[in-house]
Design a binder for this molecule. Structure first.
Ligand SMILES: [Zn+2]
Length: 488
């Protein structure tokens, strides 16, 4: 039977509670820690700790178990302007300029293209239009039309993303130490530490006594035993029968490292427990640590000044992992953009290339475009050729190129086919298109197979294309009223 370590109530059917808050990627859970009432009472402490760590959480965006806690957005400064950094690494100016001059709404957005930040801005645009539509009895279709109209008419200025400045202040709320104490007390309950040795520290948490907490806790300046090859949350607990002390270390993101003296009159069994969670790989990663401190050493740790250089070291190391991850994302996005645009360029070029010419042209265009990309200087040139080969062998193969060429022709021929068939109504036109699509045959079996595999998407594409085109009266006249024109 377990009891709530805070109020002593018997625990039954409690929901499993995260020992390290899930909001920043904690996964260790137990039912035997706190009753739900006490947990609710302490939720404010959790929230403050999460908010103090939000910069680190935003950078690493750890995997959480529920989507209830979103990855926090942080403010950054670039060229004197304030931006929001969204968890996918994109930026948006957090004060968008919106003006209404009585007739027209003027918007100005700044964000990273094709990103979560852009989605947020478009969502905002949609919300504004929705409010306007509600007042003026317009429907959803009207909203969509206005959005595409606005986007068509918009002027887009792109600029190289400058350098963003961040500032990490540890323990901003003043409650980070209490928040960490809650984590370590949860770990003690989980490891079934005799609670008579924890009474005084439990009292500190219960009263949320910040100044008493500072007396038993301090920044931990020793880096020698914490794991360094990834980003981790680490807990360490020691019941030392020789020095009669019970002490603990909490390390969050490897950056915020706190030492706690839980008892200086410990007479229980020898304890040495550690828990280590790799946030980048999203998996527990056992790591042995052992600290044998005398009470004298501990008292020194508790009054030591916080070593700024150690925090700096830890933060730099954290940033290295972050940069590595962000850089990989950046490279993948760039490769994707470049390969797509090179492929389209080749498909839309008039002449039909031989396989050799196609591969050579693709490789040289891809190489040039990649070399021009911002921040690609650190990649060796040879890797662009390797990448190009991988893309040509697996994604934009010569068959895929031929198929796209063929489909471009097929699209073009559909115009001639419709023009010559004189449909009188839209229904008739779409029937003609359907049978045109269904009767397609290609001499090359590979291309016919691609066609069969992609037919559904292609049909939708063609149908949507004509549906949109017919909204334009000029096209409508061209396709549907040729009889009257011919007779003139
Ligand atoms: Zn309780």
């Amino acid at each position: 039977m377990s009891y709530c370590y805070l109020c002593g109530k018997k625990l039954c059917n409690e929901k499993p509670e995260h020992i390290i808050p899930n909001a920043f990627g904690g996964h260790l859970k137990s039912r035997n820690i706190l009753c739900s009432d006490c947990n609710n009472k302490l939720s404010d402490i959790d929230r403050k700790l999460c908010s103090d760590l939000e910069l680190l959480t935003n950078f690493i965006s750890p995997k959480r178990e529920n989507n209830k806690n979103t990855i926090p957005i942080i403010e950054t400064i670039c060229d004197g302007e304030t931006f929001d950094r969204v968890a996918d690494g994109s930026y948006r100016k957090n004060k968008n300029n919106i003006q209404f001059d009585g007739k027209t709404l003027h918007f100005s957005f700044s964000h990273t293209p094709n990103s979560e930040a852009e989605k947020t801005d478009f969502q905002m645009l949609q919300n504004i239009l929705r409010q306007f539509a509600k007042k003026n009895n317009k429907n959803d279709e009207w909203i969509q039309q206005q959005i595409s109209k606005a986007l068509n008419q918009s002027v887009i200025n792109s600029k190289e993303s400058g350098i963003h400045h961040f500032q990490f202040i540890s323990n901003k709320s003043g409650y980070s130490f209490l928040g960490s104490l809650k984590i370590i007390l949860g770990f003690c309950a989980f490891k079934k530490v005799d609670k008579k040795y924890l009474e005084s520290v439990v009292e500190i948490l219960k009263k949320q006594d910040v100044s008493a907490c500072y007396k038993i806790a301090n920044y931990f300046n020793d880096n020698s035993q914490l794991p360094k090859n990834s980003v981790y949350h680490t807990l360490y607990l020691k019941g030392n029968t020789i020095s009669k002390t019970l002490y603990a270390i909490v390390s969050l993101y490897g950056v915020f490292n706190i030492f706690f003296l839980l008892s200086d009159s410990y007479e229980g069994v020898e304890i040495e427990e550690s828990y280590n969670y790799d946030i980048l790989k999203n998996t527990p990663s056992p790591h042995n640590m052992s600290y044998n401190f005398s009470l004298e050493q501990i008292n020194r740790i508790l009054v030591e000044d916080c070593a700024v250089t150690i925090i700096q070291q830890n933060f730099n190391q954290f940033m290295n992992f972050f940069m590595l991850r962000d850089r990989q994302n950046y490279i993948l996005k760039k490769i994707d953009e470049v390969k797509q645009s090179v492929f389209q360029k080749l498909v839309f070029r008039n002449e039909m290339l031989t396989e050799e010419n196609y591969r050579n042209s693709f490789t040289s265009l891809f190489f040039e475009a990649m070399k021009k990309c911002h921040n690609m200087e650190f990649l060796p040139e040879g890797c662009f050729y390797d990448l190009s080969k991988i893309i040509l062998d697996n994604i934009h193969t010569y068959d895929w190129y031929c198929y796209n060429k063929e489909m471009l022709l097929f699209m073009g021929n559909s115009v001639t086919m419709l023009y010559n068939s004189h449909p009188k109504t839209q229904d008739e036109l779409f029937n003609l298109l359907t049978s045109y699509i269904n009767t397609f045959r290609c001499a090359t079996p590979e291309i016919q197979q691609m066609y069969d595999e992609n037919k559904e998407g292609l049909t939708k594409f063609i149908m949507d294309f004509y549906r949109n085109a017919l909204k334009n009266t000029n096209y409508k006249d061209f396709f549907l009223k040729q009889d009257s024109l011919n007779q003139k």
